[in-house]
Ligand binder design. Structure first.
Ligand code: RTP
Ligand code: MG
Length: 148
C-alpha cells in the first residue's frame, strides 16, 4: 500500500491543530502508520528541504521548521501521496481552496501549517529521513476491508 510523509509544521503545533489534521486523514479512510512529536535539527531540516537549497527563502524555511516541535507522520492508503496534497491545498494559502487544510487554517506561504511529500520518490526519501522501520506499523487486511 502506498505511503506518504506528512508533517504538522511548528505553526500548526503551536496553534493546536494536530488533532484536527489527524482527524481529516482518518475520516478520509487513510491509515496512520507512524507518528511522533519531535524537534528537527538544522541538519535534518537542510536534508529534508535539500531541493530548495538555492532558493532565496531557504534560510528562512530552515529557521522556521526548526523553530519549534513538529508532528511527523506516515500515512498509508491508495493514492495517499496525491490525495494528501489535494487535502492540504496549494502551497500559498492565498490560493488554497476553502475546505483544504491550508485554505482553512493558514494565511501566508511561510506559515502554511503542513508538509506533504510530492511524489513517490520524495515520500520514500522523507519517510527514511524521519522514521526507522521499527517505528512504523502494518495494518491488517480486516481494517482495510471497510475502506476498499
Ligand atoms: P512543503 O514541501 O512544505 O509540503 O510545501 P510544498 O511542497 O507545497 O511547497 P514547496 O515548493 O516544496 O516549498 C516548501 C516550503 O517553502 C516555503 N516557501 N516559501 N517565500 C516563498 O516564496 C516560499 N515559497 C515556498 C513554504 O512554506 C513551502 O511550504
Ligand atoms: Mg515540497
Amino acid at each position: 500500500m502506498e505511503k506518504t510523509f506528512l508533517m504538522v509544521k511548528p505553526d500548526g503545533v503551536q496553534r493546536g491543530v494536530i488533532g484536527e489534521i489527524v482527524a481529516r486523514f482518518e475520516k478520509k479512510g487513510f491509515h496512520l502508520a507512524g507518528a511522533k512529536l519531535m524537534s528537527i535539527s538544522k541538519e535534518l531540516a537542510e536534508q529534508h528541504y535539500g531541493e530548495h537549497k538555492e532558493r532565496p527563502f531557504f534560510g528562512e524555511l530552515v529557521d522556521f521548521i526548526t523553530s519549534g516541535p513538529v508532528f511527523a507522520m506516515v500515512w498509508e492508503g491508495e493514492n495517499v501521496i496525491s490525495t494528501a496534497r489535494l487535502m492540504m491545498g496549494a502551497t500559498n494559502p492565498k490560493e488554497s481552496a476553502p475546505g483544504t487544510i491550508r485554505g482553512d487554517f493558514a494565511v501566508t506561504v511561510g506559515k502554511n501549517i503542513i508538509h506533504g511529500s510530492d511524489s513517490p520518490e520524495s515520500a520514500e526519501r522523507e519517510i527514511g529521513l524521519f522514521f526507522k522501520q521499527e517505528e512504523l506499523v502494518e495494518y491488517s487486511k480486516l481494517i482495510s476491508e471497510w475502506v476498499y
